[in-house]
Design a protein around this ligand. Sequence first.
Ligand code: ZN
Ligand code: ZN
Length: 131
Amino acid sequence: MISVKVTCRVCKGSHPADDFKLHYEFRQMVCPNCYSGKTQKLKEKEELAKKEVPQKPAGWDQVDDYLEKAARTKKQDEQKAQFTKIPGTDQVKCKCLSCKFSFKYNPFRKLPRTCPFCNADIPKLRTFSLL
Ligand SMILES: [Zn+2]
Ligand SMILES: [Zn+2]
């Protein structure tokens, strides 16, 4: 037997028509989820989640949003590794910020490509910033 799917008018979900029951509060046929109060519970959960979203300060607009995002990405990049020039040489010392391991890094050959200790990616160092 093929059961026909019907859209529930309360939750807009589609369910087999056979499962629909008359709900005394909604005064209409509702799907099993709505009948058992599942939909109501889900809704309450959603409302609660909405309330927990921190309020943004007044005057906050899209530009601020963009700037904040840009600042955050920049920060993340800088946090991957830290480079220090070794005086009197072309070499730099790289400190991996994920495992705090320090090692020699060749900025011209861009080697090693990953941290020899934890294998974390080493961000590309702009060599001109060292010259
Ligand atoms: Zn429903
Ligand atoms: Zn590492």
